[in-house]
Design a protein around this ligand. Structure first.
Ligand code: UDX
Length: 450
């Protein structure tokens, strides 16, 4: 919304939320999320044509167009628990809009939703109001860490709507908003259902590429092939392409897991078990990769990490974000916790409180379920401090700074033999080995037999 406000000075954008705390943060110098470039954009338009408010009803009444941008997490109970998306918040928004609207509105689904959600929104709106509503689907394709450039120069903008005169008119209205800065050929219009489903398919296909290369990383470690060399050789075929072929400890983030599970659920519900199983395979490989990494750590360190200190470099699900949702780091640490390892975590953007919240919500790990949790997981404010006295370093996030630390000094401060497990393949492995480290990297040949 900040980018729309910045690119469309004639449009008044008001962001509303029922959380006073969130809105206060958006109105303060300390925005509630970290995203490179966002602060500058918000500050350039806040108070001019971008406003943050808790006045939900008044703002709905004033608006011609309403973007529903609430979260749709995986359901934790009831039908489809663990797979289906919970669209309760989307429905609540639709009910509020129907209740307070005094004129025609275009309601835009921005949240990622299961295919055919627009139908439910439409029925809720119609049953509770006599106003004229058009529902559009306009999924968001930005990635965290690069959100601002992704929005300023999107690969495409997708707008789906009903193929009726009213629907087409609403589509044209939203197209005219984006046309302020997005070239016409990058604005794709489709029917509602194609647009809703495209978002799930895009994320499923991206995640599938990561799982594909990660599955090959396991084979590389058995055959002395190098997964980065394979990614380069394979990715230079234009038909395959070079992006999203970086082997890792596993994908995380708020979208991939949730959207694939949702796709799996939808396929099951429509009686397509073979299709569901195909996409479930992407999730299975991701789980396997995270487990495999933890096993490798234990196995390499003489089959025991009990009481040993392991420095965890990075906790965010990728670099340049403080977001920890579904981060692979938490899953690997869970397995190491089960082995009673002592872990010292450093992440430049993640607070201890946030890390413990992730453990609680995704993995049900709390001081109650794991009594010695506070003792086994500590946090530090530098990578060097986390590594001091440690038996091993495990790199979980590809923060740039990890590539250029003073590894000689770090090595000298560690217990020997000193191990490094590079879950992102971002460290200078040759140099580290020359210093004396035992290096294990995803999908790389081993130069030393442990
Ligand atoms: C993703 C989609 O990219 C975006 O289009 C959609 O709108 C939301 O979901 P995001 O979750 O922010 O964005 O991050 P992304 O860059 O896609 O990375 C997802 C995960 O895959 C991260 O954990 C990342 O480290 C991992 N990844 C990505 C790899 O392990 N290897 C790769 O080659 C690429």
């Amino acid at each position: 919304m900040a980018v729309i406000a910045a690119k469309c000075p004639k449009i008044k954008v008001t962001v509303v939320d029922i959380s006073e705390k969130q809105i206060a943060a958006w109105n303060s110098p300390n925005l509630p999320i970290y995203e490179p470039g966002l602060q500058e954009i918000v500050e350039s338009v806040r108070g001019t044509n971008l406003f943050f408010s808790t006045a939900v009803s008044e703002t709905i009444q004033d608006a011609d167009m309403i973007f529903v941008s609430v979260n749709t997490p995986t359901k934790t109970s009831g039908i489809g628990a663990g797979f289906a998306s919970n669209i309760k918040n989307v429905e609540l928004c639709a009910r509020t809009i129907a209740e307070v609207a005094k004129g025609p509105k275009i309601v835009v689904e921005k949240s990622t939703v299961p295919v055919r959600t627009a139908d439910s929104i439409k029925r809720v709106l119609k049953s509770a109001s006599t106003q004229e509503f058009q529902v559009l689907s306009n999924p968001e394709f930005l990635a965290e860490g690069t959100a601002v450039p992704d929005l300023i120069e999107p690969s495409r903008v997708l707008i789906g709507g009903e193929q009726t005169p009213g629907g087409l008119k609403a589509i044209a209205t939203l197209v005219s908003v984006y046309a302020n800065w997005v070239p016409n050929e990058r604005i794709i219009t489709t029917n509602l259902w194609s647009s809703e489903l495209s978002k799930l398919v895009a994320n499923a296909m991206l995640a599938q590429r990561v799982s594909s290369i990660n599955s090959i990383s396991a084979l590389c470690e058995q055959t002395d092939a190098d997964v980065d060399e394979i990614a380069r050789a394979v990715g230079s075929d234009m038909r395959i392409g070079s992006k999203f072929l970086k082997a890792s400890v596993g994908y995380g983030g708020s979208c991939f897991q949730k959207d694939i599970l949702n796709l799996v659920y939808i396929c099951e519900s429509f009686g397509l078990p073979e299709v569901a199983a195909y996409w479930q395979g992407v999730v299975n490989i991701n789980d396997y990769q995270k487990r495999r990494f933890a096993h490798k750590i234990v196995q390499s360190m003489f089959n025991t990490v009990t009481g040993k200190k392991i420095a965890i470099f990075g906790f965010a699900f990728k670099k340049d974000t403080g977001d920890t949702r579904e981060t692979a780091a938490a899953f690997v640490m869970k397995d190491l916790l089960a082995e009673q390892a002592q872990m010292s975590v450093y992440d430049p953007k993640v607070t201890r409180e946030q890390m413990l919240t992730e453990f609680k919500y995704t993995l049900d790990i709390t001081p109650e379920t794991t009594p010695n949790l506070e003792k086994l997981i500590t946090t530090e404010t530098t990578a060097a401090a986390a590594a001091e006295g440690a038996h091993a370093i495990a790199v979980m996030t590809e923060w740039d700074e990890f590539g250029s630390l003073d590894y000689k000094a770090i090595y000298d401060s560690m217990a020997k033999p000193a191990f490094i497990f590079d879950g992102r393949n971002v460290l200078p492995h040759g140099e580290l080995e020359a210093i004396g480290f035992e290096v294990y990297a995803i999908g790389k040949p081993h130069t030393k037999i442990f």
